[in-house]
Design a protein around this ligand. Structure first.
Ligand SMILES: Cc1cc2nc3c(=O)[nH]c(=O)nc-3n(C[C@H](O)[C@H](O)[C@H](O)COP(=O)(O)O)c2cc1C
Length: 223
C-alpha cells in the first residue's frame, strides 16, 4: 500500500479573478487519479483547514511538547507518506506563496528520500510552467526530489469542472497526468523498497542542529 499527500497551493477565496481556488479542482483530480491506482491512497492537504499558529514559526522551532496540534499532525502525515504531489498556481511567474509558506513549516528530513510531482495551473495559456521551474529547486532542497515529468494545466477553469472531472478530452488528459503520476509512483515504490534494504540516514544523516552542518569545512557559519 502506498499513500500520497496532495498539497493544495492556494488559499485565495476572494475574486477577481473568478473562479477562486481553482486549486481545489486540480488537487481533487490528482487525488482521484492516484486513488484509482491499485493499492494506492491519496489525501489532499488544504492549508485553509490548518491552523499554522502564525506569525511564521516552523514545526522544528517548537519544543516537542508545545508543537501546535495541526503542525504536529501534518508533520506525522508528511513523515508517513510515500510521496507528494505539489499543486501550485502561478502567481507573478512564481510558485504560490501559500504553498511555499506551508512547506517552509517542515524540515527536510520529513520529506527526505521520497519523490514529489510538480503540478501547476493557471487561467492563462502557459499553465504555470514558469512557476514550475522554480519549484524544482525548492523541492530538491526540501529533499523530495521532483520527478522529471510535470503537469501544467493552461486555462484550468475550462479544462476542469468543479468536481475535478475533465471537461473534455478525458482520455488525453488522463494519459498526460498518468505519465507524471506514473513516474511518481514508480520512484516512490523503488525508494520504499530500497529503504527496507538500507536506511538512507546511515549514508546521509539528517541535520539536527543547523543547516550549516552541510557546509564544506572552513565554511561553517553560513547557510
Ligand atoms: C496575485 C496573482 C498573480 C497571478 N499571476 C499570474 C501569472 O503570473 N501567470 C498566470 O498565468 N496567471 C496568474 N494569475 C492568475 C491565476 O492563474 C489564476 O487566478 C488562478 O486561478 C490562481 O489559482 P487559484 O484560483 O487556485 O488561487 C495570478 C493571480 C493572482 C491572484
Amino acid at each position: 500500500m502506498a499513500h500520497y499527500l496532495v498539497f493544495l497551493g492556494s488559499t485565495r477565496t476572494s475574486t477577481p479573478p473568478a473562479p477562486a481556488r481553482l486549486g481545489e479542482r486540480v488537487s481533487q483530480t490528482c487525488k482521484r487519479l492516484l486513488s484509482s491506482l491499485p493499492d494506492t491512497t491519496a489525501e489532499v492537504i488544504d492549508p485553509l483547514t490548518l491552523d499554522l499558529n502564525g506569525p511564521f514559526k516552523p514545526h522544528f522551532a517548537y519544543a516537542k511538547k508545545t508543537v501546535p496540534d495541526d503542525l504536529e499532525a501534518l508533520a506525522g502525515k508528511i513523515e508517513q507518506a510515500d510521496g507528494y504531489v505539489m499543486v501550485s498556481p502561478e502567481y507573478n511567474h512564481s510558485m504560490s506563496p501559500a504553498l511555499s509558506h506551508l512547506l517552509n513549516h517542515f524540515g527536510a528530513s520529513l520529506f527526505a528520500f521520497k519523490p514529489s510531482a510538480i503540478v501547476t495551473y493557471s487561467m492563462g495559456q502557459w499553465g504555470g510552467a514558469r512557476a514550475a521551474v522554480s519549484m524544482r529547486a525548492f523541492l530538491s532542497e526540501l529533499g523530495c526530489l521532483p520527478v522529471s515529468a510535470m503537469i501544467h494545466i493552461p486555462k484550468a477553469q475550462e479544462a476542469l469542472n468543479e468536481d475535478g472531472q475533465f471537461a473534455q478530452e478525458q482520455e488525453r488528459w488522463e494519459s498526460y497526468f498518468g505519465r507524471t503520476l506514473g513516474q511518481l509512483t514508480w520512484w516512490a515504490e523503488a525508494a520504499k523498497a530500497h529503504k527496507a534494504e538500507q536506511d538512507p540516514t546511515t549514508l546521509s544523516p539528517a541535520f539536527n542542529k543547523s543547516p550549516a552542518q552541510r557546509n564544506a569545512p572552513k565554511n561553517d557559519d553560513t547557510f
